[in-house]
Design a protein around this ligand. Structure first.
Ligand SMILES: NC(=O)c1ccc[n+]([C@@H]2O[C@H](COP(=O)([O-])OP(=O)(O)OC[C@H]3O[C@@H](n4cnc5c(N)ncnc54)[C@H](OP(=O)(O)O)[C@@H]3O)[C@@H](O)[C@H]2O)c1
Length: 291
């Protein structure tokens, strides 16, 4: 049985993807930010399919120490239950913010959760992915088009615009997927981005101000149900041989921004390694400089 890890597994697109993947026979390890939401999500999945193989791990992925802890727990679990192999990792957890808010490390929260958390988790689960010649899937968004990475102020500290921060984090998702393919495709790992379209979820109603809350409440009415994008994640997990494309919507390859270049992907990879403390000491100094 193939094992899939998915973040943001307790609601919206992630929860529906868990339901579909367990129905298709995958063994799913869901990550959720609170124990209560994990319990609720597990009950939801089991009520649809009492035979579902689903385990939840709790972690606040906004905090790097929690990403590291849950990655260790998952590696131990994989060693015990699936020969240390991970077939797919879905980096789906995400947030929207109305104001400049930071994590324990002092990182802007949308950048930290929507990009860095997935970057660090992938890095830590890489040995298990390599063993299975696995797949890494990011949840992107069409909103990545039309913007560039603000290399001189990646956290947008000088002039914060929450929508720009969100769009930039979604551009990072594709650059990261490209960076993974450039580095690891030769060893059998494939990385993808799913563009879910506009989906009726509560993302804009969580920890946002009243204006964003109102706008999202109106906007999401035009969205599709999470069942629609969930099919694309299941397609990318199931398809053999692994599809060759990068950016998918409705189970088909789509065009993405011209900003997705090798140079930008390499630059983001190096910056993210530094911000996640994955390099040496000079890097740690850079880490402080970058925020
Ligand atoms: N909805 C859309 O139209 C749309 C369009 C394009 C892309 N997306 C992307 O789709 C992904 C899923 O979003 P969604 O629309 O399904 O919204 P959602 O239902 O709010 O899902 C977000 C998930 O991330 C989890 N999460 C939030 N903060 C976290 C933290 N600090 N630590 C761990 N997990 C955390 C949430 O946990 P809780 O359940 O505890 O809140 C939830 O499970 C996001 O990456 C989003 O950017 C959405």
């Amino acid at each position: 049985m193939k094992t899939v890890v998915i973040t943001g597994a307790t609601s919206g697109i992630g929860l529906e993807t868990v339901r579909l993947l367990t129905e298709e026979g995958f063994h799913v390890l869901g990550i959720g930010r609170s124990a209560m939401n994990c319990k609720r999500a597990k009950e939801h999945i089991s009520s649809h399919n009492p035979n579902a193989r689903i385990v939840f791990f709790q972690a606040d992925l906004m905090q790097q120490r929690d990403v590291l802890r849950v990655a260790e727990d998952i590696m131990a679990y994989l060693d015990e239950k699936s020969g240390g192999q991970l077939h797919a990792l879905i980096n789906n957890a995400g947030c929207v913010r109305s104001w400049y808010m930071t994590t324990e490390e002092g990182y802007e929260q949308q950048f930290a959760l929507n990009h860095l958390a997935g970057f660090l988790l992938t890095h830590k689960l890489l040995p298990a992915l390599q063993k299975a010649r696995g797949r890494v899937i990011m949840t992107g968004s069409a909103s990545h088009k039309g913007i560039k990475i603000r290399w001189d102020d990646v956290m947008l500290r000088r002039r914060y615009n929450p929508l720009t921060a969100y769009k930039q984090s979604k551009l990072c998702n594709i650059l990261f997927a490209k960076g993974l393919n450039d580095r690891f495709a030769h060893s059998g790992i494939r990385a993808y981005v799913v563009d879910p379209g506009l989906v009726k979820t509560d993302i804009g109603n969580k920890e946002t101000g009243s204006l964003v809350n109102l706008i999202w409440s109106l906007r999401k009415r035009a969205g599709v149900p999470p069942e629609i994008p969930a099919k694309t994640y299941a397609f990318l997990c199931r398809q053999e041989p692994a599809p060759e494309g990068l950016y998918y919507r409705h189970c088909k390859e789509k065009k993405y921004s011209g900003q997705v270049t090798r140079e930008n992907a390499d630059r983001l990879f190096a910056l993210s390694e530094r911000l996640c403390g994955l390099c040496d000491d000079t890097a740690r100094q850079e880490r402080t400089k970058a925020v």
